[in-house]
Design a protein around this ligand. Sequence first.
Ligand SMILES: [Zn+2]
Length: 296
Amino acid sequence: MELCIDFGGTEIKLAVIEGASILASDRISVTGTTADLDAAVAASRALIERTGAPTAVGIAVPGVVDPASGRMLHANDKYGFLNDFDLRGWAHREFGLPSVIENDARAALIGETSTGSASGERDAVLITLGTGIGTAAMIDGIPLRGVTGHAGILGGHTTVDIHGPVCPCGNVGCGEALASSWALQGSAPHPSTGSGIGTVKDLFASDAHAETRDAFLRVWGATVVTLCHMYDPSVVILSGGILRAGDAVRTPIETYVREHLWPSMTAPRFVVPPEPEYSVARGLSVLAHQNHQENP
Ligand SMILES: [Zn+2]
């Protein structure tokens, strides 16, 4: 049984998981201060009271995690307070348990290919659409990490438009700078984004912003094409709260990919997790369980 803590864009999601079963879960709002850590501890303890004691902790962050130290190397805005913070030490102090730390998109990919919607798949990519664009890749059953933990997770920071805005990451015209909720909120001005659109969810609530919505879908499609060209997956997992809009998101992306894929490639299968809110926690449970087995 594992305690899983997912530091997400707008909420911290908590779950206690055993195998494929979500035993209990909760979510709390993010304030962007160290108070979030205390709130996560309090909410976790409340969950544990209901489920019994877990044997390990899994923690996901929306940033780059150094595989050796388990520390977050780079965090954007809200989680600046976690930069170089010793999350493993924190988990040990608060819960007396060993822990694993993972990038959220990579954890989601591991979750969906293990006990989730793409169970058993060994060659897969995942793209999470929402506050930003998170990606991850798995080849022959191995989630890609690379020497410093960056492999596969920067799909939202490949250049989609060389004439596009400068992204806070330093690159130009990144998919995330063109088509994400924070891009809409003015962090990176884009000619197609009008006023009155708060998040990507608003784009799918009505046809009022059809032009912007179609531009976003093309950016997401182009990003998936790049992921396919780089990693040759058999399955593409589309995730994030925006996928509740279902086929309105999935079909245009899938069509774009089929139209622009390298000719000799086989078009991948597209999967939308039925419970995207648990993708990350499922992956954390698997990783924390493995770590506990290997280092009892
Ligand atoms: Zn970027």
